[in-house]
Write a protein that binds this ligand. Sequence first.
Ligand code: UD1
Ligand code: UDP
Length: 371
Amino acid sequence: MKKILVCFGTRPEAIKMCSLVHELQKQNFECKVCVTAQHREMLDQVLDFFEITPDYDLNIMKPNQSLNQLSGNIFLKMDEVFSSFLPDLVLVHGDTTTSSIVAWAAFNYGIKVGHVEAGLRTFDKKSPFPEEMNRQITGKIADYHFAPTLASERNLIKENVEKENIVITGNTVIDSLLWTEKKLDNGFVNEKINELQHIIDADKKTILVTSHRRENFGQGFIDVCNALIEIAKDKTIEIIFPVHLNPNVRKPVFELLSNHSNIHLIEPLDYPSFVWLMKQSYLIITDSGGIQEEAPSLGKPVLVMRDTTERPEAVEAKTVLLVGTDKIKIVENTKLLLKDKNLYQKMAQSYNPYGDGKANEKIIKYLNNKL
Ligand code: UD1
Ligand code: UDP
């Protein structure tokens, strides 16, 4: 029986890989899960919901550690994993330091690598930082590339990846989102959802905000906070902001936004509560990659606080709009979407260029043929 090791370390990778793990475990593979725990609390929230207990937990998160500390620790600990379980294939996801270093560690052992969410590019190595280079490194090492869209396949072909090693799958985030929505539709509730029901005022429009990108640290975050203060002057809206655990995010956000009656700063939400909250929201303002991919399935417009994007599909489909961290652009576009019903409806169309929830099925079909 062929052996597969699925590796991830952060919240978004976990969300996008857990539904694939569920499906792989139904197949004729010996499938084990290794988490680096680059994130700790935010990773565990996802593992709990998807009921996955990792076979290997490298437990490497340290408060505010540097990218080089993080990378060095992952390399060292992957030695221990491979000396106990030598898989035929390692599956990594996307763009994190976990993905690129695990891929490299596997390459050093002569183990094949499959890259889920392959081929996203801005071709600007500083933005998003360090994700663009993480993607390019992982893409260079990977043997099999699971590209979410035609555009991501084209990027890989430009980099001389053989077409037969690429398969267009859609994004596994949609599989996970649909699985979660079904649970919510079937009556899933938890304490957090109950608490959120008390925060949300049904007479007001909810604007959901998240932010964590490294290239926005410093002035970018200050500008975003000032934009939110301006938006919150309109008392017919309510801002809910689950604040990422990175200290570089928490400091400016709590310093600048704590004392506003209609800005609610809350802890990161477990995945079903977050999906529930997205569904209740009128508008989402974020710099997150995953949320841009999920929101079109829920018919929610997104203002993206980034200057460049490796996800052009949603911009082209006009379900998201890039506004950067420019205060005026964020405020003006929010006001427009609150006022202009036609514009809102155009952005709120629920066509999703990132897939239909069948990504896992396509990945497994390909692996069954290849391995
Ligand atoms: C990481 C990824 C980024 C991804 C993002 C998703 C890298 C370099 N960055 O960024 O690509 O988009 O996750 O959220 O791979 N922390 C906690 N608890 C947690 C998580 C983080 O306390 O559960 C704090 C710690 O102090 C940690 C710091 O946040 O050292 C930074 O975490 P890190 O994974 O390095 O970067 P993120 O900004 O979370
Ligand atoms: N998310 C969550 N709880 C939160 C905020 C986000 O579960 O409080 C989910 C969200 O639905 C998406 C993923 O986390 O699937 C996005 O993670 P993040 O923004 O941290 O990373 P990125 O996608 O930018 O890499």
